[in-house]
Design a protein around this ligand. Sequence first.
Ligand code: NDP
Length: 475
Amino acid sequence: MQSPVKNMDLAQVGERAERARAAQAAWLRYTLTQRVRAVRGLWQFLQRDRARLIEVIREETGKPVAEVEAMEVDAAGLILRHFTRRVHRLLQDQAASMPWLLLNKRAYVRYVPRGVIGLVTPWNMPFLIPFGDMVPALLAGNAVLLKPSEWTTRTALYLEDRVRASGLFPDGLVQVIVGDGALGAEVVRNSDMVLFTGSTATGRKVAEAAASRLVPCVLELGGKHTMVVAKDAALERAVKAAVWGRFANSGQICVGVERVLVHEDVYPEFCARIEEQVRALRPGPAGAYEQDLGRLIYPHQLPVIEAHLADARERGARVVGGEVDRPGQRVSPALVFDAKPEMKVMTEETFGPVLAVMPVRRVEEALVLANAGRQGLAASVWTTDLERGAEWASLIEAGLVSVNDVLIHYAACSLPFGGVKDSGLGRRHGDQGLRMFCQEQSVVIHEWPSNTPDLWWFPYSRLKSRLLSLLARFS
Ligand code: NDP
């Protein structure tokens, strides 16, 4: 079994933050075009040794190579292309309109970098999440302190090393903080903004710490994707989506499908087909493109998965799969048929290769169940009636919804990505996913006449008040 890294000294975080601030002062002098060139150059530099990058991630996580390529590396490229294309339009000064009364003044908004951005990230996507959040933070003119999970630090250190070796950035602009949650808390104490990705419980602590310093924080937290399958759904696609949406990344995806609520008319067929599909998933050979399943990245997730499966069995569900290989840190894909709303697999985030399936009499019943919990990250509805599908989707309390699709929002990065309720606060990606890394500075310039006081300044008089009221009414 792997072990976590050793902690850096807490004092080193403050020193690194100082270095990051100095680097950011130099980075600030780069024009937007120069920043874009540097970030694109880094991507090309990484691509030149793509095989090594893939191997570093694969070794650390045990993921299938096809998943490392598509979900970690190529998806990161989509994010980079999105932001580098949009950055000029989004971060150049934006002219603001003025009321007629103020026509002799000009106004605009400037986007000023915040300084040092703390990125605190989980273990499930050790390259995609840090890189995908680092790119807009840098393009916006900031430095980055990255605190990866103590279980996936090697990938982050490789990224830090590549940033340095590329020679494209001021020294110290991107630094990795090595260690556990105490180090994460120290990063929050030393940052001007925090983008946190992880569990809801830790997210709350980060939010409290950020609030006490009055620095903004964006929280991307856990989810419980509910898939609602109507009786007119295209069943083959729905079954395949449920299998991929749950067992991709071996179930360790925040937007991964955790429970499927299937109309009772198609439930038996859905169950038969999904069992067949899951049996066909291949655990190896490791390193080959023909591998579908990896291992658990975080060993302490195993007891959570076991507890959820035991609870489901005790409460009368039929469980298929779920065999545990402790030394190999693996759980075979598990299907929990005839799940009940009160089971852990239906209420708590499992974050592993376990899929709960439950029949419902009506779609409306499924929508009520989907909204019952505190999670609100992702959900999907499955029907061939696209209009009704869009309507059902609009009734679900989640930040990310889809009709006949799963796990697609992260790659469609012009869309804001994030959750509601206990699944998060704020959004990454989309236009605000770049602008949030800046302070908005509102600028007003008085243009003419140059030497005349404004009407509303001292001294007041009845005539001036009347005139002002009249002008304000027509503005
Ligand atoms: P955790 O909340 O345990 O940890 C996340 C990060 O926070 C880690 O780097 C961790 O360090 C660090 N940390 C721990 N305590 C503190 C603290 N007090 N202050 C600051 N940082 C701290 O989450 P996991 O790593 O277990 O990740 C899994 C969770 O992430 C799941 O719930 C999943 O749904 C969610 N997630 C959400 C995504 C989204 O976009 N909404 C995307 C991906 C995952 P260390 O690990 O070293 O202890």
